[in-house]
Structure formats: structure tokens, C-alpha cells
Design a protein around this ligand. Structure first.
Ligand SMILES: Nc1ncnc2c1ncn2[C@@H]1O[C@H](COP(=O)(O)OP(=O)(O)OP(=O)(O)O)[C@@H](O)[C@H]1O
Ligand SMILES: [Mg+2]
Length: 127
């Protein structure tokens, strides 16, 4: 499902991730372990589109997703979560979950004035 092919990420002379290849099968839970500074978070960030790799490729279901931005990866079903949850603390749990389906009409500011009915209907279905 996810194939990381010879991926490196360098920060100047520092090789945070150096030629990593791994394959993750659908339906499995895979852990990545290593000492502090080993490059785990950097590899996650490269897979999640936060950083483009210095070299190498990442494939999702055979499609080359190297260098795509996090929102583009989200549309393909790949997201990262964080060790410390980054929820919208002023919203309820339900409202936080309602943020997930994308794209939503109400994400465009003008739509919240000009297409109120559509926004309300879509939010109703999502709820
Ligand atoms: N943005 C950055 N700029 C420069 N160096 C960085 C950057 N991000 C990480 N590094 C360096 O890359 C190396 C790998 O760091 P990384 O955070 O990926 O390790 P880690 O395995 O997640 O560590 P930990 O277990 O402490 O979370 C470290 O030497 C770190 O200082
Ligand atoms: Mg880390």
C-alpha cells in the first residue's frame, strides 16, 4: 500500500534520513522505532508531505506521491496524526469530527453568506 523507496532527507550536511526503503501492507499496523534523533519524525514528515525528500520516491497504491502537499495527500486518504492532539479546542468532539470530510462548501468564506442553504444541508448530512 505504502512504498518508501530509497528516501533521504538532508538538512545541510546532516543526513536526518539516509536511504530508507520500506513497504507497508494494507491492513497492518506498523511501528517505527529508533533512538532520539534517529530520524523517525523526519521520515513521517517526508511521507506526510511536510518536507520534500532530498532524494527517493514515495508510492501510495503504486502512484508516485513524492512531494505532494499534505492537503493533496489528505484527498488521497493519507494523513498523519500527532503525538499531541491538535484538535480545535473551542469545538465539541462532534464538530471536530465534522471537519474531516473534504471538500465542504462551507470552507469558502463567501459560501457561508451566499450559499447558506447548501452549507446547512451538507453539514446536516455530515452530522
Ligand atoms: N528542520 C530541521 N532542520 C535541521 N535539522 C533537523 C530538522 N528536523 C530534524 N533535524 C535533525 O534531524 C535528526 C533527526 O531528527 P528527528 O526529529 O527526525 O528524530 P526522531 O527519531 O524523531 O527523534 P525523537 O525520538 O527524539 O523524536 C536530528 O539530528 C535533528 O536534530
Ligand atoms: Mg520524533
Amino acid at each position: 500500500m505504502l512504498h518508501v523507496d530509497s528516501v533521504s532527507k538532508h538538512f545541510g550536511g546532516l543526513k536526518a534520513v539516509d536511504n530508507v526503503t520500506l513497504e507497508i501492507q494494507q491492513g497492518t499496523i506498523t511501528g517505527l522505532i529508533g533512538p532520539n534523533g534517529a530520524g523517525k519524525t523526519t521520515l513521517f514528515n517526508v511521507i506526510a508531505g511536510v518536507y520534500a525528500p532530498t532524494s527517493g520516491h514515495i508510492y501510495l497504491d503504486g502512484e508516485d506521491i513524492t512531494g505532494l502537499k499534505p492537503h493533496q495527500l489528505f484527498a488521497k486518504g493519507l494523513i498523519r496524526t500527532f503525538q499531541i492532539a491538535h484538535e480545535f479546542s473551542s469545538l465539541t468532539v462532534l464538530e471536530n469530527l465534522m471537519m474531516v470530510p473534504a471538500p465542504q462548501v462551507g470552507e469558502q468564506l463567501p459560501s457561508t453568506w451566499l450559499q447558506r442553504r447548501r452549507v446547512r444541508q451538507q453539514e446536516g448530512r455530515t452530522r
